[in-house]
Design a protein around this ligand. Structure first.
Ligand code: ATP
Length: 303
């Protein structure tokens, strides 16, 4: 059974179409990343599926149960972190977590567990307002993790964390997922979610542009074979005669995006050598993930 089911979700604020027909499904144990630029509709989608916003149209189900204002039974199964982490500034880390544990009807021992998990032990007695941005984020994540919820919904969980913190949290989330926790998170960095998510849903202007299994990501990356020879004009002629479609790049390279060139660069090298025009440079260049992301979202916008 799907843990999260969002179907035809629409949320309009007057003329602003924050979400404009988004659908997604997250199965148990998946790490699903909602990826989009600023203003794409990630937070609105997340707030709607947590019952914080009433949708204009469409439906949201968690564990098969429709999310409504009175769906109380659901919230004990869900841990979440949405937008600016809010903690009581004058209370310590432990006090903030103890308060949250009480609200969730959890034993006090649960606090120690999340303090350890998030590496907050050295800061346990520190007031929330004295924490660095990264440690405020850790405290917010600790709150979400209290009581080992079956579903974690995390809006930009990497916010404010330094690179070591990002790696650590990624590892923690992977471990939780391997133990059966379902995770839905949002991000605007493809390179980051590519290392974490099992599935990536790209949202742009309130619409789901595409969903990609993380394992399939390499197939979406555009590649080009870049070649330089001493005589580029002769090389281009030889390549065209060989059935390739070389283009001259601004940097003086010849580049080919034909499948045959990209996947069999050795054949291109052999052709050039045998034609008396050996390459001095020949390499397959891969699009970086940020470029891929921008290309996918531009396609979604109809550009
Ligand atoms: P970010 O990464 O910047 O947080 P996001 O993908 O989470 O972006 P949302 O916060 O969901 O995007 O916003 C989607 C759109 O809806 C934006 O254009 C935003 O300005 C608009 N919006 C969000 N909340 C409201 C609101 N309460 N009233 C009016 N417009 C809103």
């Amino acid at each position: 059974m799907a843990v999260v089911q969002v179907a035809g979700l629409v949320k309009h604020y007057g003329a602003v179409k924050a979400v404009d027909g988004a659908s997604l499904t997250v199965a148990a144990g998946e790490i699903y990343a909602l990826l989009g630029l600023n203003g794409a509709g990630k937070t609105t989608t997340i707030r709607t599926l947590l019952g914080m916003i009433r949708p204009t149209a469409g439906s949201v189900r968690l564990f098969g149960t429709p999310v409504t204002a009175d769906a109380r039974s659901l919230w004990g199964r869900v841990g979440y972190l949405v937008e600016t982490p809010a903690a009581y500034p004058e209370l310590t880390v432990t006090e903030n977590l103890t308060l949250m544990a009480r609200l969730k009807h959890l034993p006090a021992a649960a606090v120690g567990n999340v303090v350890e998990q998030l590496g907050l032990r050295p800061y346990a007695a520190r007031r929330a307002r004295e924490l660095s941005l990264g440690n405020q984020q850790r405290l917010a994540l600790a709150k979400a993790l209290l009581g080992r919820p079956e579903l974690l919904v995390l809006d930009e969980p990497a916010n404010g964390l330094d690179p070591a913190g990002v790696t650590e949290i990624r590892q923690l989330l992977k471990t939780l997922a391997a133990q059966g926790t379902t995770i839905l998170l949002s991000s605007h960095i493809l390179a980051e979610v590519a290392k974490l998510a099992t599935r990536i849903g790209i949202i742009h202007a309130g619409r789901m542009v595409t969903e990609i299994a993380a394992a399939d990501l390499p197939h979406h990356v555009a590649r080009a074979l870049r070649v330089r020879c001493h005589d580029q004009d002769t090389a281009a002629r030889i390549l065209r005669q060989g059935g390739y479609q070389p283009l001259s790049n601004l940097d003086g390279m010849l580049s080919m995006t034909d499948e045959r060139a990209v996947w069999h660069p050795d054949e291109v090298a052999t052709l050039l050598v045998e034609s008396g025009c050996p390459p001095v440079h020949l390499a397959v260049a891969e699009e970086d993930l940020e470029t891929l992301f921008l290309r996918l979202t531009a396609r979604g916008a109809g550009a």
